[in-house]
Design a binder for this molecule. Structure first.
Ligand SMILES: Cc1ncc(COP(=O)(O)O)c(C=O)c1O
Length: 453
Protein backbone atom coordinates (compact mmCIF):
# COMPACT_ATOMS: atom_id res chain seq x y z
CA UNK A 1 0.00 0.00 0.00
CA UNK A 2 1.18 3.51 -0.74
CA UNK A 3 2.53 5.17 2.46
CA UNK A 4 0.22 8.19 1.96
CA UNK A 5 -2.89 5.96 1.76
CA UNK A 6 -3.18 6.22 5.54
CA UNK A 7 -3.67 10.01 5.19
CA UNK A 8 -7.15 9.63 3.71
CA UNK A 9 -9.19 9.36 6.94
CA UNK A 10 -7.61 12.38 8.61
CA UNK A 11 -7.79 14.52 5.45
CA UNK A 12 -11.40 13.62 4.76
CA UNK A 13 -12.50 14.09 8.39
CA UNK A 14 -10.86 17.51 8.45
CA UNK A 15 -12.59 18.37 5.15
CA UNK A 16 -15.96 17.19 6.53
CA UNK A 17 -15.54 19.39 9.61
CA UNK A 18 -14.52 22.35 7.46
CA UNK A 19 -17.48 21.81 5.14
CA UNK A 20 -19.91 21.56 8.03
CA UNK A 21 -18.61 24.75 9.63
CA UNK A 22 -18.82 26.57 6.29
CA UNK A 23 -22.35 25.35 5.57
CA UNK A 24 -23.48 26.33 9.09
CA UNK A 25 -22.17 29.83 8.42
CA UNK A 26 -24.15 30.30 5.18
CA UNK A 27 -27.23 32.04 6.62
CA UNK A 28 -25.05 34.58 8.46
CA UNK A 29 -21.82 34.98 6.46
CA UNK A 30 -21.77 37.81 3.87
CA UNK A 31 -23.71 36.72 0.79
CA UNK A 32 -21.04 38.30 -1.38
CA UNK A 33 -17.51 39.34 -0.47
CA UNK A 34 -15.66 42.22 -2.11
CA UNK A 35 -12.80 40.80 -4.18
CA UNK A 36 -9.40 41.21 -2.60
CA UNK A 37 -5.80 40.75 -3.63
CA UNK A 38 -4.27 37.70 -1.99
CA UNK A 39 -0.68 37.17 -0.99
CA UNK A 40 1.08 34.55 -3.12
CA UNK A 41 1.02 31.05 -1.66
CA UNK A 42 4.08 28.93 -0.94
CA UNK A 43 3.87 25.89 -3.20
CA UNK A 44 7.44 24.73 -2.72
CA UNK A 45 7.47 23.40 0.87
CA UNK A 46 5.33 20.26 1.32
CA UNK A 47 3.17 20.44 4.46
CA UNK A 48 0.74 17.51 4.05
CA UNK A 49 -2.99 17.40 3.35
CA UNK A 50 -4.30 18.37 6.79
CA UNK A 51 -1.93 21.31 7.19
CA UNK A 52 -2.68 22.43 3.62
CA UNK A 53 -6.39 22.46 4.41
CA UNK A 54 -5.80 24.38 7.64
CA UNK A 55 -3.65 26.88 5.73
CA UNK A 56 -6.33 27.36 3.04
CA UNK A 57 -8.98 27.94 5.68
CA UNK A 58 -6.84 30.37 7.64
CA UNK A 59 -5.81 32.42 4.63
CA UNK A 60 -8.62 32.19 2.07
CA UNK A 61 -11.89 30.97 3.54
CA UNK A 62 -12.85 34.43 4.74
CA UNK A 63 -12.79 35.60 1.12
CA UNK A 64 -15.33 33.04 -0.08
CA UNK A 65 -18.86 34.21 -0.83
CA UNK A 66 -22.00 32.71 0.63
CA UNK A 67 -23.10 31.87 -2.91
CA UNK A 68 -24.52 28.51 -1.79
CA UNK A 69 -26.69 30.31 0.76
CA UNK A 70 -30.24 31.62 0.78
CA UNK A 71 -29.66 35.29 -0.11
CA UNK A 72 -27.10 35.13 -2.92
CA UNK A 73 -29.35 36.29 -5.74
CA UNK A 74 -26.73 37.29 -8.31
CA UNK A 75 -26.62 35.76 -11.82
CA UNK A 76 -28.74 32.58 -11.54
CA UNK A 77 -27.18 30.67 -8.70
CA UNK A 78 -28.14 27.47 -6.94
CA UNK A 79 -26.68 25.99 -3.77
CA UNK A 80 -26.04 22.35 -2.95
CA UNK A 81 -28.57 20.20 -1.11
CA UNK A 82 -27.24 17.65 1.40
CA UNK A 83 -27.91 14.74 -0.97
CA UNK A 84 -26.31 16.50 -3.93
CA UNK A 85 -23.25 17.47 -1.92
CA UNK A 86 -22.81 13.92 -0.64
CA UNK A 87 -23.09 12.67 -4.22
CA UNK A 88 -20.54 15.22 -5.37
CA UNK A 89 -18.03 14.22 -2.71
CA UNK A 90 -18.43 10.60 -3.69
CA UNK A 91 -18.10 11.44 -7.39
CA UNK A 92 -14.63 12.69 -6.48
CA UNK A 93 -13.85 9.73 -4.22
CA UNK A 94 -15.00 7.23 -6.87
CA UNK A 95 -13.17 9.25 -9.56
CA UNK A 96 -14.71 7.38 -12.49
CA UNK A 97 -13.93 8.46 -16.01
CA UNK A 98 -17.35 8.50 -17.66
CA UNK A 99 -15.95 8.67 -21.17
CA UNK A 100 -16.95 5.13 -22.02
CA UNK A 101 -19.05 2.13 -21.09
CA UNK A 102 -16.15 -0.18 -20.34
CA UNK A 103 -15.26 -1.33 -16.86
CA UNK A 104 -17.73 0.72 -14.81
CA UNK A 105 -21.47 1.14 -14.32
CA UNK A 106 -21.05 4.93 -14.16
CA UNK A 107 -22.12 5.63 -17.76
CA UNK A 108 -25.27 3.57 -17.26
CA UNK A 109 -26.06 5.57 -14.12
CA UNK A 110 -25.60 8.72 -16.19
CA UNK A 111 -28.05 7.45 -18.83
CA UNK A 112 -30.58 6.58 -16.14
CA UNK A 113 -30.20 10.02 -14.56
CA UNK A 114 -30.59 11.78 -17.90
CA UNK A 115 -33.79 9.79 -18.48
CA UNK A 116 -35.05 10.58 -14.97
CA UNK A 117 -34.48 14.28 -15.54
CA UNK A 118 -36.17 14.08 -18.94
CA UNK A 119 -39.27 12.68 -17.19
CA UNK A 120 -39.02 15.36 -14.53
CA UNK A 121 -39.13 18.05 -17.21
CA UNK A 122 -41.82 16.27 -19.24
CA UNK A 123 -39.66 15.96 -22.37
CA UNK A 124 -40.54 13.18 -24.85
CA UNK A 125 -38.55 9.92 -24.78
CA UNK A 126 -36.78 10.56 -28.06
CA UNK A 127 -34.68 13.34 -26.53
CA UNK A 128 -31.23 11.90 -25.83
CA UNK A 129 -29.14 13.70 -23.25
CA UNK A 130 -25.62 13.84 -21.88
CA UNK A 131 -24.06 15.70 -18.98
CA UNK A 132 -21.87 18.71 -19.68
CA UNK A 133 -20.32 21.32 -17.40
CA UNK A 134 -22.95 24.07 -17.64
CA UNK A 135 -25.58 25.74 -19.78
CA UNK A 136 -22.91 27.54 -21.81
CA UNK A 137 -21.38 24.22 -22.79
CA UNK A 138 -24.85 22.76 -23.34
CA UNK A 139 -25.77 25.61 -25.70
CA UNK A 140 -22.46 25.10 -27.52
CA UNK A 141 -23.02 21.35 -27.93
CA UNK A 142 -26.63 21.88 -29.03
CA UNK A 143 -25.73 24.55 -31.58
CA UNK A 144 -22.85 22.47 -32.97
CA UNK A 145 -25.32 19.60 -33.40
CA UNK A 146 -27.93 21.94 -34.88
CA UNK A 147 -25.44 23.31 -37.39
CA UNK A 148 -24.43 19.80 -38.44
CA UNK A 149 -28.07 18.82 -38.91
CA UNK A 150 -29.27 21.87 -40.84
CA UNK A 151 -26.28 21.85 -43.19
CA UNK A 152 -26.80 18.13 -43.83
CA UNK A 153 -30.19 19.08 -45.31
CA UNK A 154 -28.24 21.17 -47.86
CA UNK A 155 -25.77 18.38 -48.61
CA UNK A 156 -22.87 19.69 -46.48
CA UNK A 157 -21.09 17.63 -43.83
CA UNK A 158 -19.61 20.43 -41.73
CA UNK A 159 -17.92 18.16 -39.20
CA UNK A 160 -16.02 16.48 -42.00
CA UNK A 161 -15.53 19.25 -44.54
CA UNK A 162 -15.57 22.44 -42.51
CA UNK A 163 -17.32 25.69 -43.28
CA UNK A 164 -15.30 27.05 -46.19
CA UNK A 165 -17.52 25.77 -49.02
CA UNK A 166 -20.79 26.12 -47.11
CA UNK A 167 -23.44 28.83 -47.59
CA UNK A 168 -23.88 31.20 -44.62
CA UNK A 169 -26.05 30.02 -41.74
CA UNK A 170 -28.95 32.02 -40.33
CA UNK A 171 -29.33 32.24 -36.56
CA UNK A 172 -32.45 33.99 -35.31
CA UNK A 173 -33.32 34.83 -31.71
CA UNK A 174 -35.17 37.35 -29.60
CA UNK A 175 -33.39 37.95 -26.29
CA UNK A 176 -30.75 35.22 -26.44
CA UNK A 177 -28.38 34.70 -23.53
CA UNK A 178 -24.78 35.84 -24.11
CA UNK A 179 -23.63 32.22 -24.02
CA UNK A 180 -25.36 31.75 -27.39
CA UNK A 181 -23.10 34.44 -28.85
CA UNK A 182 -20.11 32.81 -27.19
CA UNK A 183 -21.07 29.51 -28.85
CA UNK A 184 -21.33 31.26 -32.21
CA UNK A 185 -17.84 32.69 -31.75
CA UNK A 186 -16.41 29.30 -30.78
CA UNK A 187 -18.15 27.56 -33.68
CA UNK A 188 -16.68 29.96 -36.21
CA UNK A 189 -20.09 31.34 -37.13
CA UNK A 190 -19.21 34.72 -35.69
CA UNK A 191 -21.24 36.74 -33.23
CA UNK A 192 -22.38 39.06 -36.05
CA UNK A 193 -24.25 36.17 -37.64
CA UNK A 194 -26.98 36.38 -35.01
CA UNK A 195 -30.00 38.08 -36.54
CA UNK A 196 -31.81 39.71 -33.62
CA UNK A 197 -35.59 39.58 -33.80
CA UNK A 198 -37.75 42.15 -32.00
CA UNK A 199 -39.25 41.35 -28.61
CA UNK A 200 -42.78 42.22 -27.54
CA UNK A 201 -43.33 45.71 -26.08
CA UNK A 202 -42.30 45.77 -22.40
CA UNK A 203 -41.31 42.10 -22.55
CA UNK A 204 -38.22 40.06 -23.33
CA UNK A 205 -40.24 37.38 -25.14
CA UNK A 206 -39.77 37.34 -28.89
CA UNK A 207 -42.41 38.91 -31.14
CA UNK A 208 -43.72 35.90 -33.08
CA UNK A 209 -44.93 38.02 -35.99
CA UNK A 210 -41.45 39.52 -36.33
CA UNK A 211 -39.95 36.03 -36.22
CA UNK A 212 -42.37 34.88 -38.93
CA UNK A 213 -41.31 37.78 -41.15
CA UNK A 214 -37.63 37.13 -40.49
CA UNK A 215 -37.98 33.45 -41.30
CA UNK A 216 -39.92 34.11 -44.49
CA UNK A 217 -37.27 36.47 -45.84
CA UNK A 218 -34.01 34.85 -46.86
CA UNK A 219 -35.63 31.42 -47.14
CA UNK A 220 -33.55 28.56 -48.50
CA UNK A 221 -30.60 28.83 -46.12
CA UNK A 222 -29.64 26.60 -43.22
CA UNK A 223 -31.47 28.15 -40.24
CA UNK A 224 -31.41 27.81 -36.47
CA UNK A 225 -33.87 29.54 -34.15
CA UNK A 226 -32.89 29.98 -30.51
CA UNK A 227 -35.76 30.36 -28.05
CA UNK A 228 -35.53 31.59 -24.46
CA UNK A 229 -37.32 29.71 -21.73
CA UNK A 230 -36.82 31.80 -19.57
CA UNK A 231 -34.93 34.92 -20.30
CA UNK A 232 -32.17 35.88 -17.84
CA UNK A 233 -33.38 39.41 -16.92
CA UNK A 234 -37.06 38.73 -16.43
CA UNK A 235 -37.64 34.96 -16.54
CA UNK A 236 -39.98 35.53 -19.48
CA UNK A 237 -40.68 32.76 -22.00
CA UNK A 238 -40.85 32.83 -25.78
CA UNK A 239 -44.02 31.34 -27.27
CA UNK A 240 -42.60 27.89 -27.95
CA UNK A 241 -45.75 26.53 -29.63
CA UNK A 242 -45.68 29.31 -32.21
CA UNK A 243 -41.92 29.08 -32.72
CA UNK A 244 -42.09 25.30 -33.17
CA UNK A 245 -44.79 25.72 -35.84
CA UNK A 246 -42.73 28.35 -37.65
CA UNK A 247 -39.58 26.24 -37.51
CA UNK A 248 -41.41 23.19 -38.87
CA UNK A 249 -42.83 25.30 -41.72
CA UNK A 250 -39.43 26.77 -42.64
CA UNK A 251 -37.26 23.70 -42.02
CA UNK A 252 -35.39 25.46 -39.19
CA UNK A 253 -33.86 23.82 -36.12
CA UNK A 254 -35.42 24.98 -32.84
CA UNK A 255 -33.07 25.18 -29.88
CA UNK A 256 -34.62 26.04 -26.51
CA UNK A 257 -32.34 27.55 -23.86
CA UNK A 258 -34.11 26.42 -20.70
CA UNK A 259 -31.05 26.82 -18.45
CA UNK A 260 -33.24 27.58 -15.43
CA UNK A 261 -36.68 27.99 -17.02
CA UNK A 262 -37.09 24.28 -17.78
CA UNK A 263 -37.79 23.90 -14.06
CA UNK A 264 -41.11 25.69 -14.68
CA UNK A 265 -42.30 22.18 -15.60
CA UNK A 266 -42.36 21.48 -11.84
CA UNK A 267 -44.64 24.37 -10.98
CA UNK A 268 -48.33 23.87 -11.79
CA UNK A 269 -48.62 27.65 -11.94
CA UNK A 270 -45.88 28.06 -14.55
CA UNK A 271 -45.72 24.78 -16.47
CA UNK A 272 -47.92 26.06 -19.30
CA UNK A 273 -45.16 28.53 -20.25
CA UNK A 274 -43.20 25.54 -21.53
CA UNK A 275 -45.91 24.31 -23.89
CA UNK A 276 -44.28 23.56 -27.23
CA UNK A 277 -40.87 22.56 -25.79
CA UNK A 278 -41.78 18.98 -26.72
CA UNK A 279 -41.40 20.02 -30.39
CA UNK A 280 -37.89 21.45 -29.96
CA UNK A 281 -34.87 19.84 -31.63
CA UNK A 282 -32.55 20.53 -28.72
CA UNK A 283 -32.90 21.78 -25.16
CA UNK A 284 -30.42 23.15 -22.62
CA UNK A 285 -30.92 22.75 -18.90
CA UNK A 286 -28.55 23.70 -16.12
CA UNK A 287 -28.47 21.59 -12.99
CA UNK A 288 -26.13 23.74 -10.89
CA UNK A 289 -28.84 26.38 -10.98
CA UNK A 290 -32.26 25.23 -9.82
CA UNK A 291 -31.58 21.56 -9.19
CA UNK A 292 -29.12 22.78 -6.56
CA UNK A 293 -26.31 20.37 -7.35
CA UNK A 294 -22.77 21.78 -6.94
CA UNK A 295 -20.89 23.21 -9.93
CA UNK A 296 -20.45 22.16 -12.62
CA UNK A 297 -23.42 20.35 -14.08
CA UNK A 298 -25.90 20.64 -16.96
CA UNK A 299 -27.49 18.44 -19.59
CA UNK A 300 -27.79 18.91 -23.33
CA UNK A 301 -30.80 17.18 -24.87
CA UNK A 302 -30.99 16.70 -28.63
CA UNK A 303 -33.15 14.77 -31.05
CA UNK A 304 -30.51 14.07 -33.66
CA UNK A 305 -27.98 11.63 -32.23
CA UNK A 306 -26.47 11.08 -35.65
CA UNK A 307 -25.66 14.77 -36.14
CA UNK A 308 -24.39 15.02 -32.57
CA UNK A 309 -22.14 12.04 -33.07
CA UNK A 310 -20.87 13.39 -36.39
CA UNK A 311 -19.65 16.48 -34.51
CA UNK A 312 -18.26 14.96 -31.34
CA UNK A 313 -17.06 11.49 -32.28
CA UNK A 314 -13.46 10.76 -31.38
CA UNK A 315 -12.99 7.36 -32.95
CA UNK A 316 -9.57 5.79 -32.83
CA UNK A 317 -8.09 2.36 -32.35
CA UNK A 318 -7.69 2.84 -28.63
CA UNK A 319 -11.02 4.61 -27.98
CA UNK A 320 -13.14 2.44 -30.26
CA UNK A 321 -16.22 3.52 -32.15
CA UNK A 322 -19.12 2.55 -29.94
CA UNK A 323 -22.01 4.40 -28.31
CA UNK A 324 -19.72 5.58 -25.49
CA UNK A 325 -20.57 9.03 -24.08
CA UNK A 326 -17.33 10.57 -25.33
CA UNK A 327 -18.68 10.45 -28.89
CA UNK A 328 -21.53 12.82 -27.98
CA UNK A 329 -19.89 15.52 -25.86
CA UNK A 330 -17.16 18.13 -26.21
CA UNK A 331 -15.02 16.33 -23.63
CA UNK A 332 -13.54 12.86 -23.88
CA UNK A 333 -12.63 12.22 -20.23
CA UNK A 334 -15.55 13.22 -18.04
CA UNK A 335 -16.32 13.46 -14.34
CA UNK A 336 -19.12 11.36 -12.79
CA UNK A 337 -21.39 14.44 -12.85
CA UNK A 338 -24.53 12.37 -12.87
CA UNK A 339 -24.09 11.17 -9.29
CA UNK A 340 -25.11 14.39 -7.48
CA UNK A 341 -28.15 14.66 -9.76
CA UNK A 342 -28.99 10.96 -9.25
CA UNK A 343 -28.78 11.48 -5.48
CA UNK A 344 -31.07 14.50 -5.74
CA UNK A 345 -33.71 12.62 -7.72
CA UNK A 346 -33.62 9.65 -5.33
CA UNK A 347 -33.46 11.69 -2.12
CA UNK A 348 -36.07 14.33 -2.82
CA UNK A 349 -38.03 13.09 -5.83
CA UNK A 350 -40.21 15.23 -8.01
CA UNK A 351 -42.25 16.58 -5.10
CA UNK A 352 -39.24 17.66 -3.07
CA UNK A 353 -37.63 19.50 -5.99
CA UNK A 354 -40.97 21.06 -7.00
CA UNK A 355 -41.35 22.37 -3.46
CA UNK A 356 -38.27 24.59 -3.59
CA UNK A 357 -38.91 25.62 -7.20
CA UNK A 358 -42.43 26.76 -6.35
CA UNK A 359 -41.26 28.44 -3.14
CA UNK A 360 -38.60 30.45 -4.98
CA UNK A 361 -41.24 31.66 -7.48
CA UNK A 362 -43.60 32.68 -4.68
CA UNK A 363 -40.79 34.43 -2.80
CA UNK A 364 -39.64 36.28 -5.94
CA UNK A 365 -43.16 37.69 -6.27
CA UNK A 366 -43.16 38.66 -2.59
CA UNK A 367 -39.83 40.44 -3.02
CA UNK A 368 -41.18 42.38 -6.03
CA UNK A 369 -44.28 43.31 -4.01
CA UNK A 370 -42.10 44.52 -1.16
CA UNK A 371 -39.95 46.57 -3.55
CA UNK A 372 -43.05 48.21 -5.04
CA UNK A 373 -43.80 49.50 -1.53
CA UNK A 374 -40.43 51.23 -1.25
CA UNK A 375 -40.35 54.81 -2.54
CA UNK A 376 -37.71 55.48 -5.18
CA UNK A 377 -37.70 51.94 -6.61
CA UNK A 378 -39.29 50.82 -9.89
CA UNK A 379 -39.87 47.14 -10.61
CA UNK A 380 -39.06 46.87 -14.32
CA UNK A 381 -40.92 43.71 -15.30
CA UNK A 382 -43.65 41.34 -14.25
CA UNK A 383 -42.21 38.43 -12.30
CA UNK A 384 -42.61 35.62 -14.82
CA UNK A 385 -40.82 32.98 -12.76
CA UNK A 386 -38.05 33.49 -10.16
CA UNK A 387 -36.38 36.74 -11.26
CA UNK A 388 -37.03 40.27 -10.09
CA UNK A 389 -35.58 43.17 -12.06
CA UNK A 390 -35.74 46.64 -10.56
CA UNK A 391 -34.16 50.10 -10.81
CA UNK A 392 -33.65 53.27 -8.84
CA UNK A 393 -36.41 55.59 -10.03
CA UNK A 394 -34.11 58.57 -10.57
CA UNK A 395 -30.80 56.79 -10.92
CA UNK A 396 -28.43 56.53 -13.85
CA UNK A 397 -25.87 53.71 -14.20
CA UNK A 398 -23.42 55.47 -11.87
CA UNK A 399 -26.05 55.81 -9.12
CA UNK A 400 -27.12 52.19 -9.68
CA UNK A 401 -23.53 50.96 -9.35
CA UNK A 402 -22.95 52.97 -6.18
CA UNK A 403 -26.21 51.69 -4.67
CA UNK A 404 -25.47 48.08 -5.60
CA UNK A 405 -21.95 48.33 -4.25
CA UNK A 406 -23.29 49.53 -0.88
CA UNK A 407 -26.02 46.88 -0.88
CA UNK A 408 -23.59 44.04 -1.63
CA UNK A 409 -21.00 45.30 0.87
CA UNK A 410 -23.71 45.26 3.53
CA UNK A 411 -23.60 41.47 3.04
CA UNK A 412 -27.20 40.57 3.85
CA UNK A 413 -27.99 39.96 0.21
CA UNK A 414 -26.08 39.81 -3.09
CA UNK A 415 -27.45 40.93 -6.46
CA UNK A 416 -25.97 41.77 -9.86
CA UNK A 417 -26.49 44.59 -12.38
CA UNK A 418 -28.11 44.57 -15.80
CA UNK A 419 -29.76 46.86 -18.34
CA UNK A 420 -33.41 46.26 -19.13
CA UNK A 421 -35.48 48.25 -21.64
CA UNK A 422 -32.65 50.79 -21.70
CA UNK A 423 -32.64 51.32 -17.93
CA UNK A 424 -29.74 50.41 -15.64
CA UNK A 425 -31.27 47.78 -13.42
CA UNK A 426 -30.55 45.25 -10.70
CA UNK A 427 -31.45 41.57 -10.90
CA UNK A 428 -32.42 39.26 -8.07
CA UNK A 429 -32.68 35.62 -9.18
CA UNK A 430 -34.01 33.24 -6.52
CA UNK A 431 -32.92 29.67 -7.19
CA UNK A 432 -31.57 28.41 -3.89
CA UNK A 433 -33.33 25.49 -2.18
CA UNK A 434 -32.95 27.09 1.28
CA UNK A 435 -34.50 30.51 0.72
CA UNK A 436 -37.38 31.22 3.12
CA UNK A 437 -39.90 34.04 3.68
CA UNK A 438 -37.67 35.59 6.38
CA UNK A 439 -34.95 36.01 3.75
CA UNK A 440 -37.28 38.28 1.79
CA UNK A 441 -37.77 40.46 4.87
CA UNK A 442 -34.00 40.59 5.46
CA UNK A 443 -33.36 41.54 1.82
CA UNK A 444 -36.06 44.22 1.80
CA UNK A 445 -34.64 45.71 4.99
CA UNK A 446 -31.19 45.75 3.37
CA UNK A 447 -32.58 47.58 0.32
CA UNK A 448 -34.39 50.12 2.52
CA UNK A 449 -31.32 50.72 4.70
CA UNK A 450 -29.06 51.10 1.68
CA UNK A 451 -31.41 53.64 0.10
CA UNK A 452 -31.28 55.68 3.33
CA UNK A 453 -27.45 55.60 3.57
C1 LIG B 1 -30.74 31.41 -20.02
C2 LIG B 1 -29.31 31.09 -19.68
N1 LIG B 1 -28.56 30.40 -20.56
C3 LIG B 1 -27.28 30.08 -20.30
C4 LIG B 1 -26.68 30.46 -19.13
C5 LIG B 1 -25.24 30.11 -18.88
O1 LIG B 1 -25.12 29.26 -17.78
P1 LIG B 1 -23.72 28.77 -17.20
O2 LIG B 1 -23.07 29.97 -16.61
O3 LIG B 1 -24.09 27.76 -16.19
O4 LIG B 1 -22.93 28.18 -18.31
C6 LIG B 1 -27.42 31.19 -18.18
C7 LIG B 1 -26.81 31.64 -16.92
O5 LIG B 1 -27.39 32.35 -16.15
C8 LIG B 1 -28.78 31.49 -18.46
O6 LIG B 1 -29.54 32.17 -17.58
Amino acid sequence: MHPRFADYPAALSAAALAAEAFLQSLPTRPAGVASQVIVADDFTTPIGAEAALADFRARHEVGLSGSAGPRYWGFVTGGATPAALAGDWLASAYDQNVSNDIGSVASQVERETVAGLRDLFGLPDDFAGVFVSGATQSNLAALATARQAVYARFGHDIAQQGLSAAPPLRMLAGAAHSSILKAMAVLGLGRDALQPVATLPGRTAVDVAAMATALASGEGRPTIVVASAGEVNTGDFDDLVALAELCARHGAWLHVDGAFGLFAALSPEHASRLRGVEHADSVTVDLHKWLNVPYDSAVVYTRDREAQRAVFRASSAYLGDSTDPLHYTPENSRRFRALPAWMTLRAYGRDGIAEWVQRDCTLARAFAEGLRGIGGIDVLSDVHLNIVCFALRDGDAVARDAFLDRLNRDGRVFMTPTVLFGRPGIRAALSNWMTQPEDIEIALAAVRDTLRD
